[in-house]
Design a protein around this ligand. Structure first.
Ligand SMILES: Nc1ncnc2c1ncn2[C@@H]1O[C@H](COP(=O)(O)OP(=O)(O)OP(=O)(O)O)[C@@H](O)[C@H]1O
Length: 286
């Protein structure tokens, strides 16, 4: 499966231009992390991909065919976890998944439902009413419904919100396994989610693609632009963005990104988070 975005534009009726001239190729098998600050346009992009919104310009091609023509076929191959996911509080987990399986037109859904419940570690809660679940458990039910029917294309909008660190690791592994033979697109603010499992990263901001490539390639863009220094040595510098301040026994150690590091900064190896913040700070400076 291959999805191509060609000069994609989305302007909301109120005039807000949420996406501008997006060009991207998403190809299975792949686990693609979509990163961007609040309001960057991530959810808008995901809604366009699931045909919940129509673009105001450009095209989305699914295996070379316009999405408008293949919408029905795409939806049958799609698992989607939206950001605001309404659950049916009075149903049990198994009843809700049974309902979703029926909506997806799945036959012989009992076994499939058991499989997805197991995949998200909710066996003990299968018979519990959804209203009795914790935030993280509800999120797991959302992920389970997206996995129903083994769709070849999965879209998760902020899937790890509300999950504790241990659960996040479980889900990262699940996404990684799931993406071995299909296309998984996940949007997140959490760099660690992307760092450990995604083989491709797309960074968007203000509706534009700032970067697309491997995590390693993104890190390389920040080599020589990350430094550390003592806060007491720092001067007011234009274009220096402090990304962390750590209290140590010798004072406050700062980490920062900049096009040109000041002489008092010791150059550091960039992390993925440094590289992401460097990219976003450069965009903000323009
Ligand atoms: N229905 C709408 N009508 C008008 N503007 C909208 C609508 N939905 C989103 N926007 C605007 O479009 C821009 C992109 O929003 P979007 O929700 O796609 O961003 P996002 O990257 O998903 O943000 P977040 O991480 O906060 O969810 C924002 O400026 C937002 O205010």
């Amino acid at each position: 499966m291959q999805i191509e975005l060609q000069d994609l534009n989305m302007t909301y009726p109120n005039g807000k231009q949420a996406l501008q001239h997006l060009n991207l190729a998403l190809k299975a098998p792949s686990l693609i992390g979509l990163l961007g600050p609040n309001g960057a346009g991530k959810s808008t992009l995901m809604k366009l991909l699931v045909a919940a919104l129509m673009p105001t310009g450009g095209a989305i091609l699914v295996d070379g065919q316009p999405l408008a023509k293949t919408e029905h076929m795409l939806k049958s191959k799609l698992g989607y976890l939206p950001q605001d996911f309404g659950l049916f509080d009075e149903l049990t987990v198994a009843q809700f998944l049974d309902y979703m399986a029926a909506l997806k037109g799945l036959h012989d859904s009992k076994k499939t439902i058991q499989e997805v419940i197991r995949a998200v570690n909710l066996e003990e809660k299968a018979k519990a009413k959804i209203r009795t679940l914790s935030g993280g458990q509800r999120q797991r039910v959302g992920i389970a419904q997206a996995l129903l029917g083994n769709p070849p294309f999965l879209i998760f909008d902020e899937p790890t919100v509300g999950l504790d660190p241990e659960e996040r690791i479980h889900f990262r592994n699940l996404f990684s396994r799931t993406a071995q033979d299909r296309l998984v697109l996940l949007s997140t603010h959490i760099i660690e989610d992307v760092q450990s499992v995604c083989n491709q990263i797309v960074v968007i901001d203000h509706g534009k693609v700032l970067f697309t490539g491997t995590p390693e390639k993104l890190i390389q863009t920040a080599v020589g632009h990350v430094g550390a220094f003592w806060e007491r040595d720092a001067k007011q510098e234009q274009g220096l963005h402090i990304t962390a301040r750590v209290n140590t026994s010798q004072g406050i150690r700062c980490r920062a990104v900049a096009d040109r590091l000041p002489t008092y900064a010791k150059v550091e190896e960039p992390s993925l988070e440094d590289a992401y913040l460097y990219l976003i700070s450069r965009e903000a400076a323009q």
